[in-house]
Design a protein. Structure first.
Ligand SMILES: Cc1cc2nc3c(=O)[nH]c(=O)nc-3n(C[C@H](O)[C@H](O)[C@H](O)COP(=O)(O)OP(=O)(O)OC[C@H]3O[C@@H](n4cnc5c(N)ncnc54)[C@H](O)[C@@H]3O)c2cc1C
Length: 357
């Protein structure tokens, strides 16, 4: 909106955090491939005409009045866009907070960077505790990168790796991506436990209990916690079945002039940054058209490209299309070093556009 309208905007961007971090940077942090300072993009560097950044915590949202209350004030808006993401509910999985290590938050990934060097033998489980969860390929990536990490340290033969996932295949919309991941697991001796989630951990016995009661012993548990919308959203009138329903073509909620984009919304696409970005583009184009009287943009198509870390210095790519056909489809590009460079360009282009870096 800033690019289109410049200083004519009167747009407040409210976030309680002082920096943005790409989701995939959490994998880089946990395996010590990047330092925290290198992946943090501080909002103080976010300088866009017509946009004020307010580092405040939102405590209430009234979608009827389009009023947002924060720890610092009350804001009335002509148009409200809710983009508060998904939070983690560690308490939904008994034992996870005490005994497991989650790698889905920056703090969790940073803690793991300290824990992983101490793991030299035994069984590691990468375990998903609930669906939907962000970036469906990420647990598979974590398992493959863990294999590399342990191999480089010369302890892989003393360790086992299992991946527990609530889906039948690693990336259900793309059978080719799933087949390539299953082949990579097979080559590396990674066990894939399909169709189950981890429902609790027993820290005393070092056992992960699955949703069917099966027990898996572990020495290291790397968890994907159950997700849920932030409390402030659940406490508003917007949430239904845990998230904010929207018209997937326009991202409009049922409240006039209130939109929801990204992980907080139920759009019919996975929870991933590329989909948040695509949905945000449609909302921004639609608002610019409304304000300037131009043509409305085409409906949101639910398309996105995800880069998938395969380990061994290679990245694959899956292009998925969730909304334009009768069922989701995906096209796979085999892992290569060219795609490593493409993923780097993906990050660099966003850093440049969003943070002028
Ligand atoms: C390990 C991992 C790997 C991933 N890899 C990829 C990938 O390769 N590609 C990809 O596309 N996606 C990936 N993702 C997913 C991606 O990070 C998320 O889907 C994306 O960040 C969602 O964007 P969002 O804007 O909806 O929410 P978020 O990025 O979570 O932003 C929500 C913002 O709301 C703020 N907020 C929340 N509550 C409040 C409040 N009460 N007051 C004020 N501010 C608040 C938060 O501080 C946050 O900045 C990955 C995620 C993980 C965990």
């Amino acid at each position: 909106m800033s690019e289109a309208l410049g200083a004519a905007n009167d747009l407040a961007l409210i976030d309680k955090n002082d920096a943005f971090v790409f989701g995939y940077s959490k994998l880089d942090l946990m395996f010590g491939r990047e330092r925290p300072e290198a992946v943090r993009l501080p909002y103080r560097d976010f300088a866009k005409p017509g946009v004020r950044f307010l580092r405040e915590t939102i405590t209430a949202i009234d979608p009827v009045a389009r009023r947002v209350t924060t720890d610092a004030g009350v804001y009335e808006a002509d148009i409200l866009i809710v983009a508060l993401g998904a939070d983690y509910d560690l308490d939904a999985t008994p034992g996870l907070a005490q005994a497991g290590n989650e790698f889905y938050s920056v703090a969790g990934a940073e803690r793991l960077a300290e824990v992983l060097p101490t793991f030299t033998r035994g069984r590691a489980i990468v375990g998903v505790c609930g669906a939907p969860f962000k970036c469906p390929p990420a647990p598979s990536e974590a398992a493959l990168l863990l294999h590399d990490y342990l191999s480089e340290r010369g302890v892989r033969d003393d360790c086992e790796i299992s991946l527990v996932m609530p889906f039948g295949t690693p990336v259900p919309p793309s059978p080719d991506t799933s087949a390539a991941l299953l082949a990579a697991f097979g080559e590396r001796g990674i066990e894939f436990v399909a169709g189950h989630r981890v429902s609790s951990l027993d820290p005393a016995r070092k056992i992960a209990v699955l949703d069917d009661g099966a027990e898996l012993p572990y020495d290291l548990f790397l968890g994907v916690p159950k997700h849920r919308a932030p409390d402030v959203v659940l406490e508003s009138e917007m949430a239904e079945d845990g998230y904010v329903p929207v018209d997937s073509r326009t991202l409009e909620t049922k409240f006039p002039k209130v939109y929801a984009v990204g992980d907080v919304a139920t759009v019919g696409v996975p929870k991933a940054g590329v989909f948040s970005e695509g949905a945000a583009r449609v909302v921004a184009a639609s608002l610019v058209a409304q304000l300037q009287g131009g043509e409305r943009p085409a409906a949101y198509d639910g398309r996105g490209a995800c880069y998938v870390e395969f380990g061994a210095g290679r990245v694959g790519r899956v292009d998925v299309d969730f909304l334009s056909g009768p069922k989701p489809t995906g096209t796979f590009q085999a892992p290569s070093s060219d795609l490593v460079a493409e993923k780097q360009h993906f990050g660099a282009s966003r850093r440049a556009r969003w943070f002028d870096r």
